[in-house]
Write a protein that binds this ligand. Structure first.
Ligand SMILES: Nc1ncnc2c1ncn2[C@@H]1O[C@H](COP(=O)(O)OP(=O)(O)OP(=O)(O)O)[C@@H](O)[C@H]1O
Length: 315
């Protein structure tokens, strides 16, 4: 652990590609045992940050310390102690499920017998024990992702980096991955993940930073962020797209002045930020506004992102 009590600590971290700045000077600290997230849309700079933390991409500027070691001078030592789940599965499709773990273990110099035992335990952990002898190719996307997670644990890392762990998976497969990651955290492993799914961030992260355009725009626990940047409830008024064309969305919003703390106009709907959704719906009806459909829901991290950036996370 670093002298500052953080497993990862970064100050003024910058990543440039030529003239382009992908990460524009961020500060962060990840504590032991927590699940820490980077939430942001595509291109926010999450993967670039993760690659610096994974010591596979050197920072252009700033200070980065991981497991108490300086990333600039101790890359190999840090990498040996990390688990990494990349955005694209990089399993060896020629090998069996079990071999993907045992052969990967060789890179860490783990003795054969230890690797065999550990691989068996890990396949059990990710619920793939019955596929040990099968080839990787025919596995489902969710199974491949769980195998990649098992592979990242072969060197018994105390810190695991996951870049968009459930992108491309169906809802059931995502829940299985979340459930395994939750178990992993219970075992004391520190998780750092990127995601553009607000539900993933809410499910998994104790704390997160919201990234946009290479910068951190907010930081906190999901509930603290929602409490700080949104209201308790949101009323969604959906309209026919044509009804919100041009300035009409704004006109309808003007009709609703005073009924909510804030109104957002999106291409297909209006969002009313309010403490009491049902009361707001009644007041909307009283003003003669007639949406196609009405939904009252709790605020989410999506609302936080919209408030902070004026844009939605996933278009
Ligand atoms: N090797 C590179 N060379 C040039 N530009 C890059 C490179 N890697 C990333 N970028 C650019 O940096 C910006 C941030 O990319 P990054 O992958 O970090 O974003 P992200 O938030 O992880 O998004 P995604 O979900 O798409 O991975 C993007 O505009 C991307 O095009």
């Amino acid at each position: 652990m670093g002298g500052d009590g953080y497993l990862i600590s970064a100050t003024g971290l910058v990543k440039r590609f030529g003239d382009f700045t992908a990460v524009a000077g961020i500060d962060l600290g990840v504590r032991r045992g927590e699940a820490f997230g980077f939430l942001g849309p595509n291109g926010a700079g999450k993967s670039s940050t993760m690659r610096m933390i994974g010591c596979v991409s050197p920072p252009s500027e700033g200070r980065l310390s991981i497991l108490g070691l300086d990333a600039a001078s101790h890359g190999p030592q840090i990498r040996a102690r990390l688990g990494v789940v990349p955005q694209q599965d990089s399993l060896d499709v020629e090998l069996t499920v079990l071999e993907n773990l045992t052969i990967y273990a060789r890179y860490f110099g783990i003795p054969r017998a230890v690797a065999q035992r550990r691989a068996a335990e890990l396949l059990d952990f990710v619920q793939l024990a019955d596929r040990a002898g099968d080839r990787v190719e025919p596995l489902s996307g969710g199974m491949k992702r769980r195998l990649t997670i098992a592979r990242s644990l072969v060197n018994e890392p105390e810190l695991v980096l996951l870049d968009e762990p459930t992108t491309g998976l169906d809802p059931q497969a995502r829940h299985l991955v979340w459930e395994r990651l939750y178990r992993l955290k219970q075992r004391g492993v520190t998780l750092v993940l990127t995601t553009h799914y607000m539900d993933e961030a809410e499910q998994l992260c104790d704390r997160l930073v919201v990234m946009d355009g290479g910068r951190i725009v907010a930081e906190g626990s999901p509930s603290a962020l929602i409490a700080r940047f949104s209201t308790r409830e949101v009323v969604e008024l959906r309209f026919d797209l044509a009804d919100l064309d041009g300035a009409r969305g704004r006109d309808i919003a003007d009709t609703l002045t005073g009924l909510a703390d804030r109104v957002e106009v999106l291409p297909d709907r209006l969002l009313l930020y309010t403490a009491d959704g049902d009361a707001t719906v009644t007041a909307v009806t009283d003003r003669g506004v007639e949406p196609m459909s009405v939904l009252v829901r709790r605020s989410s991290l999506e609302d936080v992102f919209l408030r902070l950036t004026g844009r939605t996370l996933v278009d």
